[in-house]
Design a protein around this ligand. Structure first.
Ligand SMILES: NC(=O)c1ccc[n+]([C@@H]2O[C@H](COP(=O)([O-])OP(=O)(O)OC[C@H]3O[C@@H](n4cnc5c(N)ncnc54)[C@H](O)[C@@H]3O)[C@@H](O)[C@H]2O)c1
Length: 444
């Protein structure tokens, strides 16, 4: 098989379509491994930064990117003719939710039309975007076949779900196992060969539908278990038990338990979105997924619970939430990243404002963000600013936040991530501070 030889000999060209959180690290990894990569992107602002060797993804270093671009191994481009010049095309475009939480596959359709217009015999097309089972064969394939070429006969088609975890210092493209499945056995083997260039472990499954469902299951599993942790947190709070200590204690069991942690809700492009894709497809088959719906309800309710907690804490201190000054620390949807998509911190801010509080935020990684037509800017974190807030709310536990300073100067803190455990030698030392402040320091 000619293409297989070219792949194993790294004598191929790959076009990655969509250079975001998923596509850019993948494109860089292939280029780093000596494969010629064209990064096809429709956002000209992103392309301009890439051409200057500037990375907008924290997990990709600008130095690495710059040298790959200079060496001609990575070509950022809006010229779709590079698709025709490639052997392999990997589609990494967004799959958000639209109105009523329905899957929005418009980006996949539009990318598919572009690829179809440049499709040639022998191409291997791989979809990485997360979507419901059937997307590769029922949505992508028909659009590609509008070219007149047939999948399995004229070109190869496969699905390989992305498993990138932005901000994770331990797991990356190389050491995270990759699932692959083609619409034919040949396509599966070719996709396996492609990813074997950059991933230590590639796992074949029997069909794209299995790979698509596996991805949804992974993230739904996380969604449901976070919801369970959030419920545990509520009952522990009522009972005066430290839920974090409980989870860490349970996690000492070496089998049958995996720790998930409570927080202000779920965010990002995956955990709040992927279960909606699963629900949508399940409904078409007459299935209700009660666990998933319940997890939605619990996780979606968390920002309100955080604000309830702020209100209760202020009332204990003889103040009203309305008219109070609050300071939110961290707005990214999780620690050590700069992504605010679907971030629960934004919902917390929205609800604090709705209840009449004034809100400032500080996030060392998010200097500003836009929400509902308004632009919000991170304020400088000074002892005076911390002291002037009636309540500080830790929504994202970035490693670089000065927790000791926060603890020293704040009047009241709601810590939704157990971030202060880092500066308190034990959970009980956090409780001492709490007592000194008349119960003002709430750990959730
Ligand atoms: N971000 C994550 O942590 C993560 C993890 C696993 C899986 N995923 C999945 O991967 C997919 C991509 O997510 P992402 O986070 O990288 O999105 P993203 O928004 O960061 O990047 C997508 C990029 O595609 C570009 N794009 C859109 N339409 C295009 C088109 N027709 N042609 C070329 N470029 C186009 C956009 O301009 C953008 O730069 C989604 O399905 C997502 O669910 C994301």
């Amino acid at each position: 098989m000619k293409l297989l030889h070219s792949i194993t000999g790294r004598q191929i060209k790959i076009t990655v379509v969509g250079l975001g959180y998923v596509g850019l690290p993948l494109a860089v990894e292939f280029a780093r491994n000596g494969v010629q990569v064209a990064g096809y992107e429709v956002d000209e602002a992103k392309l301009a930064r890439l051409r200057d060797g500037e990375s907008y993804i924290r997990d990709v270093s600008s130095d690495d990117l710059h040298s790959l671009v200079l060496d001609g191994l990575l070509l950022p481009t809006s010229d779709d003719r590079h698709i025709a010049l490639s052997d392999v095309v990997i589609i990494c475009v967004p799959t958000p939710c639209g109105r009523d939480n329905e899957p929005d596959l418009s980006f996949i359709r539009s990318a598919a039309r572009t690829v179809a217009s440049r499709l040639k015999r022998g191409h291997l097309i791989i979809l990485e975007s997360t979507s419901f089972p059937g997307t590769t064969e029922e949505i992508l394939q028909p659009v590609l076949e509008e070219s007149g070429l047939r999948a399995g006969r004229d070109f190869h088609l496969a699905f390989s779900p992305e498993r990138i975890d932005p901000g994770n210092p331990k797991f990356n493209v190389r050491n995270t196992a990759k699932l692959v499945a083609g619409t034919t056995e040949e396509a599966t083997y070719l996709a396996e060969a492609v990813y074997s260039l950059v991933a230590e472990r590639v796992v074949r499954v029997s069909s794209p539908r299995v790979a698509e469902m596996a991805k949804l299951f992974e993230n739904t599993f996380r969604h449901v278990n976070i919801a369970l942790a959030n419920e545990m947190a509520q009952v522990c709070e009522r009972m005066g038990i430290d839920v974090w200590e409980v989870i860490n204690a349970a996690a000492t069991k070496p089998f049958g338990f995996m720790p998930f942690y409570p927080g202000p809700g779920v965010g990002g492009h995956c955990i709040p979105v992927d279960p909606q894709y699963l629900l949508y497809k399940a409904r078409q088959y007459g299935c209700t997924l009660r666990f998933v719906e319940l997890a939605n309800e619990i996780n979606d309710g968390m920002p309100d619970r955080v604000v309830d907690r702020v209100q209760a804490t202020l009332e204990e201190l003889g103040r009203d939430l309305a008219g109070s000054r609050t300071l939110v620390l961290g707005v990214a949807y999780k620690k050590d990243i700069d992504d605010v998509r679907e971030s629960p911190a934004l919902r917390v801010i929205e609800r604090l404002k709705a209840r009449g509080a004034s809100v400032e935020y500080h996030d060392p990684l998010v200097p500003e963000f836009e929400e509902g037509g308004s632009v919000f800017q991170s304020v400088e974190l000074t002892p005076e600013r911390i002291r002037s807030a009636d309540c500080v709310i830790i929504c994202t536990d970035h490693s670089s936040l000065p927790y000791e300073q926060v603890l020293r100067h704040s009047r009241a803190i709601i810590d939704t991530r157990n971030a202060l455990a880092r500066v308190c030698s034990s959970p009980s030392s956090a409780a001492t501070k709490e007592d000194e402040r008349g119960g003002a320091l709430a750990r959730r």
